[in-house]
Each structure stands twice: as C-alpha cells, then as structure tokens.
Design a protein around this ligand. Structure first.
Ligand code: SF4
Ligand code: MG
Length: 312
C-alpha cells in the first residue's frame, strides 16, 4: 500500500527525518512511536506528501507520489487522509458539522450533490454521533465529539490509507478509550490501512499490528507488535517500555532529554543515553538490519523480565 524509501527532511538545521524506509501492507496498522521531537509527525506528513521531502521516494499503491502533478496529487488525496491531534484546531469554527464532513465529498466528487446529506448522516452515525447534530457548530461539542467529527470528515472520501497523528492524546483520559475503540472498529470495518503516530504505548499495543520506533529522525527498531512488546531488542525500545507501568523490569527507564535534533550526537544518536554504549557507538552509525539499528543488539542481555509482564 505504502512504500517510503530513504526519505529525509530538514527544517533549517533540524534534521527532522533522516533517512527512513518503511513499508505498510494493505490493511495493516503500523504504529510509529517515540518521544516528542523524534520526527514522527514529520514522517507522517512526508508519507502523505503533505510536505516535500529533501530526498527519498514515496510510493502509494505502486505510484510514485513525487512524479504526480499537483493536480493529480490533489485528486489522490481522497485515498490518503490525516487525522490531527487537536480536534479544536482541526475543525473550521465557521463550518457546521455538515459542511465540515461534506467538504471532502464535494471536493472529490464522491457522491452526487443530492446524496451528500445522506452520506454525511451515514458518516456521523458511523462515528457514533446522531445525524441530527449536523446543523450544529464545532464549539457546541466536547473534545471527544469533535474528534469524532474530524474522523468522520477524514473518512468521508473513502480513503484507503489514514494516518492518525496522536489522535487521542489531546482528549480527556476518560474519553480516550472510546475514541481508540471507535478507530479500531473503523479500521476493521472499512479495511483501512492505518498509520498511528503515538507516544502512548498502551494505545499502540491495543491496535497496532507492527511498530516502528523512532529516535532523532531515524527508525531504530521495527517489528510485529508482539515482538516489540515482549522481546524488544534496541536499548531505546527497552527503555521506552520500561517507562510503561506494568511493563518494566529488565530495563532502566529513560533518563535525560532527547538531544537537539539540530546537533544530534555522532555515531549512534542514542549513545548519550544508552547504558550499553561503547566506543564504537560514538563514531559509527548503526544501520537498521533485521529490524534493529544497534551494533550490539545480538550481545545485549535479554530483557527476560519483560516477556512475562502483561499489562492489562
Ligand atoms: Fe546503545 Fe551502541 Fe546500540 Fe546505540 S549502537 S543503542 S549506543 S549499544
Ligand atoms: Mg507530533
């Protein structure tokens, strides 16, 4: 469905994404995890070509998005949608719910005009909102309801690939699970291919099939959700998991801040925080091989206690 190859993007001196290769199969849910500032959101926007990469290619359903004209790319947008983190910022306050959800339907000519209203009602029902609410304004809704509206809008054009950038992290904890469950149902019922950008490993474990772990613009580990959570190999992945209640044990949680992406440490970017770092790590950057980018992945002590930890 999506093949991102050696993609990179700088903003001024900041190397936000620094050579990432990713493949997402049809119907798969891939989570991209990491601390804030690691490049997850930029990677998501690059994958949809909402921003231009400095290098690398993005193939969507076999088609090189970089070779499409602006017009052809706009037409392709119906198949690729983004759900934003902030449901307060992502809905236009001057549009009713109906106008917001109808806009992509009209823009991409998805249904005849006469059927737009029915389609909006159908989308609202799908996201658990009463169709009668269509005439209301965004400010009349709670954060959770607004995110449902934003999801209805994102799914209205019938996209095949959807990226959710921290889709529940701005919501009250009490409504996060409901929206996560909604997303999970929609992914299954609509057969969506989904990329979940999240720092919330509980949510990731709940809905992802595969996980890619990012650190300072690079993927440091990638694998099935089961493998990542029960047998993490990269010291950074282990430390991230150690910070999750009920998941820790073998690894010490992360200490210190993420170094500046303007001036990442040489060699392995993680060496300033890695308790296994050796001299080689300071000079030589490890490649992502067999799912892990660490010179010593095969000789680290096994994270034994983690295999037993089963969070609820
Ligand atoms: Fe740690 Fe070295 Fe592995 Fe980097 S390459 S994660 S510094 S052991
Ligand atoms: Mg972000």
């Amino acid at each position: 469905m999506l093949a991102v190859t050696d993609i990179a993007k700088r903003f001024g001196t900041v190397r936000a994404v620094d050579g990432v290769t990713l493949n997402v199969a049809q119907g798969q849910v891939l989570a991209i995890v990491g601390e804030s500032g690691c490049g997850k959101s930029t990677l998501g926007r690059l994958a949809l070509r909402l921003i231009e990469p400095d290098r690398g290619t993005i193939h969507f359903q076999g088609e090189d998005l970089g070779k499409l004209s602006p017009r052809a790319l706009r037409a392709r947008r119906r198949d690729m949608q983004l759900i934003f983190q902030d449901p307060f910022g992502s809905l236009d306050p001057r549009m009713t719910v109906e106008q917001a959800v109808a806009e992509p339907l009209i823009l991409h000519n998805i249904v005849p005009r006469a059927q737009v209203r029915d389609r909006v009602a159908d989308m609202l029902t799908r996201v658990g909102l009463r169709p009668e609410l269509a005439t209301r304004w965004p400010h009349e809704f709670s954060g959770g309801q607004r995110q449902r509206i934003a999801i209805a809008r994102a799914l209205a054009s019938g996209p095949k690939l959807v990226i959710g950038d921290e889709p529940v992290s701005a919501l009250d904890v009490s409504v996060q699970a409901q929206v996560v469950n909604l997303l999970q149902d929609l992914i299954r019922d609509l057969g969506l291919t989904f990329i979940l950008i999240s720092h919330d490993l509980g949510v990731v474990r709940h809905i992802a099939d595969r996980v890619a772990v990012m650190y300072l613009g690079r993927i440091v580990e990638e694998g099935s959700t089961a493998a990542i959570f029960t047998a993490p190999r990269h010291p950074y992945t282990r430390a991230l998991l150690a910070a999750v209640p009920g998941q820790g044990g073998a690894a010490a949680p992360l200490e210190g801040d993420v170094p500046s992406p303007s001036n990442p440490p040489p060699g392995c970017h993680f060496h300033t925080r890695c308790r296994f770092a050796q001299l080689r790590c300071r000079v030589e950057s490890p490649a992502l091989e067999a799912g892990v980018a660490c010179h010593f992945a095969d000789s680290l002590p096994p994270p034994a206690a983690m295999a037993e930890a089963e969070p609820g």
